[in-house]
Design a protein around this ligand. Structure first.
Ligand SMILES: [Zn+2]
Length: 101
């Protein structure tokens, strides 16, 4: 039986190490490409899709939909939807503050 070597196992020569790293990288890239190809077949690589590249920065503000006249704040010129007592949130607060005095 071969004599068992004592001490830490010998590290592989640098060429083998470099080769191993290259191999690992190649495998990683191959898997990523395969994974991405699979996702694109599922139609999951559009911008904004959960797996796709996330758009940077703050998401664009949702464009407020025009509020129908009967649901609009009673204050002239206020385009916001009425929340309570026919007033939008801001005007309702202002109203309450006015009343609180
Ligand atoms: Zn208002």
């Amino acid at each position: 039986m071969a004599a068992r070597r004592k001490g830490p196992p010998a590290s592989p020569p640098p060429s083998v190490q470099a080769w191993g790293e290259l191999l690992g990288e190649a495998i990683g890239r191959g898997m990523a490409r395969g994974f991405h190809a699979g996702l694109s077949q599922l139609g999951l690589t559009q911008p904004g899709a959960p797996f796709g590249p996330r758009p940077r920065g703050r998401p664009p503000k949702a464009v407020p939909l025009p509020v129908p006249a009967d649901k609009r704040c009673q204050v002239k010129g206020c385009p916001r939807p009425a929340r309570s007592k026919g007033l939008c949130g801001a005007h309702y607060q202002a109203e309450r503050r006015r009343n609180a005095r």
